[in-house]
Write a protein that binds this ligand. Structure first.
Ligand code: ASP
Ligand code: MG
Length: 427
């Protein structure tokens, strides 16, 4: 293989494959990934891997336990250690390098000074999931005689210091990645971590939960790839979450715009930032089943097709915040400007909003590390009321029938419709 260049013929263009946590959830799944890769053995590939199975959630728990005062580090890391050890054993690869990553993680927990804020601490710890999986997948590639090169994503995904949702410096990251790749002209498979990056001064950052899709899209656009494929445990992008809707159907083709809208409103199909780099570079995104690797899946590209089925997005853990002015004056543009300034400062994203003369209602994800501060700050100036534990239901390309079905037995606190989309905050 000697064609990993940047103006390659179609055949030599790289394919980017992203394997999420579910597609590498245990030793069998990882072996299956190796099997899929064998079918592409004469093509240049660039793999992006997530943390194995639910490791990111497990690491979030580690952060919580540590911050609530548990200093028995070996015991808080035990479940993650045992899990990875078992997988390494089943794959017959060496656990020692995996153990050294876990040792680093323990040291990181022990030494983290109290001077860094929650978001930065979170990133330093939670990023280990992808480091562990990179080590394991890389060893498997070697064991399966692939000609592969492992790249630490922190060497090329360069970001700002907006920890937990870091913004990527596109020009620097592109430069870095192209440089690294060009140093290995004969490599067939590159492999890197999804989700993580680093600041200019080498502090680890993350790109937001499910951010590996975005990493794959960045690699695709920087390397002018043939395509990006996200291998998932579903047959493609479905119009609803099959966990809640047994009649969910696959959408064979989506436009870039439709995919962005779905992701923005919380469909767990693809990380919201994924589409833009691909649309700009006109690179198709395939979402395919790793179980039935010959099935077509969903293709997202610049087609103009209008979806035939309504898409249903259910978003739990919503907080409805209602803000009104203490002296009964109106909600003016100046006040909105101030309120949105506070939102931006607290890094809270608004999922739905509605205003009247005297109040402004905002539906946001309940994330106490951010929303408590938001409510505190707004309360200095306004009357602030809130309702917790709500659900945001978004229906794109709605029909009356779908609305009625979804809202059955629900109390509606807020609703909004335009020609394409209907949204309801419910209890
Ligand atoms: N492992 C990270 C997460 O679970 C990133 C990803 O899977 O894309 O959110
Ligand atoms: Mg994942």
């Amino acid at each position: 293989m000697n064609c990993v260049t940047f103006a390659p013929s179609k055949k030599c263009k790289m394919k980017i494959f992203k394997f999420g946590g579910a597609s590498i959830k245990n030793a069998d799944a990882i072996n299956h990934v190796m099997h899929i890769l064998q079918q592409f053995s004469d093509e240049p590939l660039f793999l992006v891997v997530s943390a194995i199975d639910k490791t990111t959630n497990a690491l979030e728990l580690v952060v919580q336990q540590f911050l609530s005062g548990n200093r028995n580090i070996q015991s808080i890391l035990q479940p993650i250690t045992t899990f990875h050890q078992q997988i390494a054993d089943q794959l017959s690869i060496s656990f020692q390098p995996v153990q050294s990553i876990l040792d680093d993680l323990a040291t990181q927990l022990e030494n983290t000074s109290s001077t860094i804020g929650y978001d930065e601490f979170y990133d330093q710890i939670v990023s280990y999931g992808e480091c562990l999986s990179l080590e394991i997948i890389d060893q498997c590639l070697q064991a399966n005689h692939f000609d592969s090169t492992k790249i630490d994503a922190r060497k090329w995904v360069k970001t700002d210091n907006y920890f937990r949702f870091a913004g990527v410096d596109l020009a620097t990251s592109e430069f870095q990645l192209r440089q690294i790749v060009s140093q290995h002209p004969t490599t067939q498979i590159f492999v890197t971590q999804g989700f993580i990056g680093s600041t200019i001064d080498h502090r680890t950052t993350t790109l937001g939960r499910e951010g590996s899709d975005y990493t794959a899209a960045l690699a695709g656009s920087f390397l002018q790839a043939h395509s990006v494929t996200v291998w998932k445990d579903v047959p493609g992008i479905l119009n609803a979450d099959p966990k809640f809707f047994s009649d969910a159907v696959k959408m064979p083709q989506l436009s870039y715009n439709e995919a962005i809208e779905l992701a923005y409103y919380g469909a767990k199909v693809i990380h919201p930032k994924t589409i833009k780099p691909l649309e700009n570079a006109n690179i198709p995104l395939y979402v395919r089943s790793f179980v039935n690797a010959t099935e077509e899946g969903t293709i997202i590209d610049n087609n103009k097709k209008y979806p035939k089925t309504p898409s249903l997005i259910i978003h739990d853990h919503q907080l409805l915040i209602t803000i009104s002015v203490k002296d009964m004056s109106f909600i003016t543009e100046e006040l909105m400007h101030h309120i949105f300034g506070v939102l931006a400062q607290c890094r809270v994203k608004v999922n739905m909003m509605q205003n009247s003369a005297l109040s402004l209602s905002l539906c946001v994800d309940a994330d106490p590390t951010r929303t408590n501060r938001l409510i505190e700050q707004l309360s200095e100036y306004y009357f602030v009321r809130f309702n917790a534990d709500l659900q945001l239901i978004t229906i794109r390309h709605y029909t009356t029938q779908t609305i009625n079905k979804l809202l059955k037995n629900k109390e509606i606190l807020l609703e909004q419709r335009n020609r394409i989309m209907a949204q309801f905050v419910t209890r």
